[in-house]
Design a protein around this ligand. Structure first.
Ligand SMILES: Nc1ncnc2c1ncn2[C@@H]1O[C@H](COP(=O)(O)OP(=O)(O)OP(=O)(O)O)[C@@H](O)[C@H]1O
Length: 308
């Protein structure tokens, strides 16, 4: 497998702010890769540098072996970028928009593929509708369609499901998964961690412009493996001293991280002995959200460069 995307020591400065602080990562061809991080972490800046829309202050980015700066046109052809913002020419229909986009890549007769994309994204009955008459969710579908007209080997989606309904999310993921099975590399940023957990085989977590984790989804989950015990005590119940130190109270709900199930019984018996009665209780498995929260509260460790 070759390298689809390579980012080496990339720094991006804006006046008074370092948005990317030495980011290095490689994404293999055919991977479904997740780029996660809180608001302002630098995800969109990294995507803009990859798409050649922003020039890094230093460092190198390549797509399928080609330098993004030196070989701008060739790398743009390899990429299909679905941006976060909805920007369209309102005067054209959906089909016209997709035909123009094909023309931009020098593709003359693309109607079969355009029809296929429209079908896959449930847009067929909107093909002749003017862009300005579409709902926000429909416009987002067109944005995805636009990014795919030239069958790019590398697809980059910057929060494609922000604020869209469940139906579109499912339609979109069905299609993107199919393209990934067919060999397209997919890079996804999302705030929906369960989405990243289900779709991505490997994940980079960014914080303040630096990578704080870069590993397979499975390893990230294993690193924070364990369960969380949450419970609510009956009114007036006070947590015994021995347990209070390791529990967090949020809106009347106590939470404790357990490293193994054998920790459960001593906790319950501690509560019984202290005369606490449990009103409600839940035991949940670690998910990506726990990993994310855990990492965002940790100091950024120095990471070795990782190879996919
Ligand atoms: N053109 C710009 N000029 C100045 N600062 C910028 C510019 N673009 C982004 N920034 C800043 O760079 C930092 C990273 O922003 P970026 O949009 O890359 O974050 P993000 O991880 O994509 O966030 P979000 O999840 O909110 O989309 C932020 O502090 C942002 O304010």
């Amino acid at each position: 497998m070759g390298i689809a995307v390579s980012v080496q020591h990339v720094v991006k400065d804006f006046p008074g702010l370092r948005a990317l602080d030495g980011v290095s990562l490689d994404i293999a061809e055919g991977e479904f890769f997740g780029l996660l991080g809180p608001n302002g972490a630098g995800k969109t800046t990294l995507i803009s540098c990859l798409a050649g829309l922003a020039r890094p202050t230093s460092g190198q980015l390549t797509v399928l072996g080609r330098d993004v700066q030196a070989d701008y046109r060739a790398t743009r052809r390899c990429l299909g970028v679905v941006p976060q913002e909805l920007v369209f020419d309102p005067f054209f229909t959906v089909r016209e928009t997709l035909r123009f986009q094909s023309g931009y890549y020098g593709i003359v007769s693309n109607d079969d593929w355009i029809d296929e994309i429209l079908t896959q994204l449930d847009l067929t009955d909107k093909a002749d509708t003017n862009m300005r008459r579409l709902s926000g969710g429909m416009k987002r579908r067109v944005l995805v369609a636009q990014a795919l007209v030239h069958r790019p080997p590398v697809i980059i989606l910057d929060e494609p499901t922000a604020g869209v309904d469940v139906e579109l999310r499912q339609t979109l993921w069905r299609f993107i998964r199919r393209l990934n099975r067919e060999g397209h590399t997919v890079v996804l940023t999302t705030h929906y961690l369960e989405e990243a957990q289900t779709l991505c085989s490997r994940i980079a977590m960014l914080k303040q412009g630096r990578i704080v984790a870069l590993d397979s989804t499975r390893n990230l989950l294993a690193r924070f493996a364990g369960r969380t015990l949450s419970f609510r005590l009956e009114e007036g119940g006070r947590l015994p001293e021995a347990l209070a130190g390791r529990a967090v109270l949020n809106d009347g709900l106590w939470s404790m991280r357990l490293t193994g199930i054998d920790e459960l019984e001593p906790i319950l018996s501690g509560l019984r002995t202290a005369g606490c009665r449990i009103e409600d209780m839940q035991l949940t498995q670690t998910d990506l959200e726990d990993v994310f929260i855990g990492l965002m509260h940790e100091e950024a460790p120095h990471l070795p460069e990782s190879v996919p």
